[in-house]
Design a protein around this ligand. Structure first.
Ligand code: BT5
Length: 287
């Protein structure tokens, strides 16, 4: 089923014209507005929707970030999409490949935005897309059922601030948020941008599933402005550790060397962080 609602530069017809993927986006559910495209995609997955199905909205009324946070999703300017991904549709060992889906998605987004805009788009571990250290997009992966469940599907949600003017962001996120147009000084065609993104996602995921995370590790490390940065990480509950981010581990974790003077954790050996929030502190030089 394909809905063909029109909304300015965003339409299923225009996406189709620009789309060159093998599979991703061959079914697009385009909604003028919805609560959350991730919620829609999870519901569609339960109803048996196919791998590669895309849910796209012009406006989300309850767009979600990680840990119950809100994704600001006004109409008319941005991209909010969720893609159904079935790890079953791929060959090879899955464990590390699965943990790499969000990071590999970040690589595809950063590459696409760099190509389209020429801007120095970077990634903040684990899921932030940044330009000039301001957030231009985010990735939220959710799944149906447990990992052990072989029918489990991944929903990859991507929010991108495309043409939203800086002054249109709510005051509380304005200092830390930006859009492609605000940074590049021109607007972008959202349909063409989405078609290019779907092609890059398809390439990245195919590579990940067929050959493992080697290429993704190298590409993520290159885009990741967290590596080499001094960071503050919330590790468990409210325990925070400060140190220098050293590298990305084989499972996509962030390896940090805590400051010798860090008394909260007492740790002096490298620390592997698998989930959590990272704040970039001053000093951006690589080790
Ligand atoms: C994320 O969460 O960055 C994941 C965002 C994923 C959004 C997409 S949109 C399509 C799909 N459907 C959904 O319902 N969600 C996905 P997190 O790392 O928790 O970041 C959330 C934080 O970013 C908020 O607490 C704000 O501080 C900030 N924020 C909220 N909206 C923003 C925006 N539009 N641009 C930049 N920053 C924003």
């Amino acid at each position: 089923m394909t809905h063909s609602l029109m909304s300015s530069d965003l339409s299923v017809q225009a996406i189709r014209r620009a789309l060159t993927t093998e599979r991703l986006g061959h079914t697009i559910h385009f909604l003028e507005h919805t609560s959350s495209t991730n919620a829609e995609a999870l519901a569609l997955a339960q109803e048996g929707a196919a791998d590669g199905t895309v849910v796209l909205a012009d406006h989300q009324t309850a767009g979600r970030g990680r840990l119950g946070r809100i994704w600001h999703s006004p109409p008319g300017n941005n991209l909010y999409c969720s893609i159904l991904l079935s790890p079953r549709s791929s060959a090879g060992p899955q464990d590390n490949a699965l943990t790499w889906i969000p990071l590999s998605t970040g690589v595809a987004v950063a590459r696409t935005l760099r190509r389209a805009s020429g801007l120095a788009v970077t990634l903040k571990w684990p899921n932030d897309i940044l330009v000039n250290e301001k957030k231009i997009g985010g990735v939220l992966c959710e799944r149906t059922g447990s990992l052990q469940n072989s029918d489990s599907l991944i929903v990859v949600g991507i929010g991108l601030n495309v043409n939203l003017p800086s002054e249109a962001f709510p005051e509380e996120i304005r200092p830390a948020a930006t859009s492609l147009a605000a940074e590049a000084g021109r607007t972008f065609d959202r349909s063409a941008l989405l078609a290019a993104l779907l092609l890059e996602l398809e390439r990245c995921w195919l590579q990940l599933f067929s050959a493992g995370p080697g290429e993704a590790t190298a590409a993520y490390t290159e885009f990741c402005s967290t590596i080499g940065h001094r960071v503050r990480v919330t590790v468990a509950g409210d325990t925070t550790v400060e140190g220098r981010a050293m590298q990305i581990g084989p499972d996509g974790s962030l390896v940090i060397m805590p400051d010798a003077s860090d008394t909260t954790s007492g740790a002096t050996t490298p620390l592997t962080v698998r989930a959590g929030d990272v704040i970039h502190l001053r000093n951006t030089s690589r080790p």
